[in-house]
Design a protein around this ligand. Structure first.
Ligand code: CIR
Length: 258
């Protein structure tokens, strides 16, 4: 059996200049690198072969490589980040995923950040957000349709990306930040709400069946997820959260083709 790959990207010294909605973040790069190492360890413990794409000093936000490309079952899509300063992050990430999937590309005037793309079963939910526009959504939907996936757009409020508001935990369960995305869109799933004051801190990444990596800064939400029957693996990613990053945004997970 082939081992699933997790692409990650190194943390540049320039990470201290990463974009943050709340103004200039205070980031300790040495601590960020050690948190990143822990994150990579969690992925390899979960059975992924972790492949590192080199950091790029010219692009402070490059560790958030999820925004640069999306991998589906039969195609990969090179994104076009909504923040102009991030567009130069795309080529090495597209090149890496393009070795495994036929590559499609979001063209101007479309913008899509991978953080807005939530893939559940045969559906793609895509956030209409600060970063992803209608033209980008229409292009993405055409590429998804090529591999049999239907696309549904979801308005995103108050947070950066759809996946800052909604994450899929497996077991037909989604975790939603109240007020950030319409829960009716996800009515077919069991819904767990993030604790009200943890909207910006609670972040998840599925590690396996009923096993979820979660940020330690959201203890009340962690309890809710554990009470719902999930095995919660805590991780401190505070340096990345200071720059509005969540757990999915630090990797691109490449399931074996089936
Ligand atoms: C940005 O503002 O673009 C970065 N500082 C954070 C991107 C986080 N990406 C993600 O959650 N997918």
């Amino acid at each position: 059996m082939t081992v699933p790959i997790a692409f990650v990207r190194g943390v540049p010294d320039s990470f201290v200049h990463a974009i943050a909605r709340g103004g200039a973040p205070h980031i300790d790069v040495v601590n960020a690198r050690s948190q990143h190492t822990e994150y990579c360890r969690a992925l390899s413990d979960a059975g992924y072969a972790v492949e590192l794409i080199a950091a790029d000093e010219a692009h402070p936000d490059c560790p958030f490589l999820e925004d640069a490309a999306v991998v589906l079952s039969g195609v990969a899509i090179a994104a076009r980040p909504g923040a102009e300063s991030r567009r130069g992050e795309v080529p090495p990430v597209a090149e890496a995923v393009g070795r495994h999937r036929e590559l499609r590309t979001i063209e101007p005037p479309g913008t899509v950040d991978g953080g807005d793309v939530l893939w559940i079963g045969d559906r793609i939910y895509i956030g209409r957000s600060e970063r992803t526009n209608d033209d980008g959504i229409a292009q993405f939907a055409r590429f998804a349709a090529e591999v049999g996936l239907s696309t549904f757009s979801v308005d995103v409020h108050d947070v950066l990306h759809l996946k800052s508001a909604v994450s899929y935990l497996g077991e037909d369960t989604v975790l939603i930040a109240p007020g950030c995305a319409d829960p009716n869109v996800f009515a077919q799933f069991r819904i767990i709400e993030k604790a009200a004051d943890e909207t910006h801190r609670a972040s998840t990444l599925v590690l396996g069946e009923r096993r979820v990596l979660m940020t330690t800064t959201a203890s009340a939400t962690m309890r809710r997820v554990a009470d719902a029957g999930f095995d919660v693996v805590p991780i401190d990613m505070s340096e990345f959260q200071a720059a509005d990053g969540g757990l999915t945004c630090l990797s691109i997970l490449l399931p074996p083709m089936h």
